[in-house]
Design a protein. Structure first.
Length: 118
């Protein structure tokens, strides 16, 4: 199992930017697909973005396409989520996840709060 720790959340005004980081333990980080999910109060957890093991394939939810960018640095065992043009509806706890080649996510971080004020 891989251990994941998110950071970078906080309070930001609408239209602003934040960059989330997720640091992974272990020496097999480069073999995992990685994803970001979020959960707003009273709502179910939803997919935000994912990236394959090499970083050359990325996927986004329609709600964040064109505003968020997922990337990874396998040398640093870290995946990032750059969030631009933030909206109040982006307010949620953001979770990092690791999975296999078919993006069957099985390991989760503890989450980091992102709050966007309007």
């Amino acid at each position: 199992q891989v251990q994941l720790v998110e950071s970078g959340g906080g309070l930001v005004q609408a239209g602003g930017s934040l960059r989330l980081s997720c640091a992974a333990s272990g020496r097999t980080f480069s073999s995992y697909s990685m994803g970001w999910f979020r959960q707003a109060p009273g709502k179910e957890r939803e997919f935000v973005a994912a990236i394959n093991w090499s970083g050359d394939s990325t996927y986004y939810a329609d709600s964040v396409k064109g505003r968020f960018t997922i990337s990874r640095d396998n040398g640093k065992n870290t995946v990032y989520l750059q969030m631009d043009s933030l909206k109040s509806e982006d307010t949620a706890v953001y979770y990092c996840a690791a999975g296999g080649v078919y993006m069957d996510f099985h390991s989760w971080g503890q989450g980091t709060q992102v709050t966007v004020s309007s």
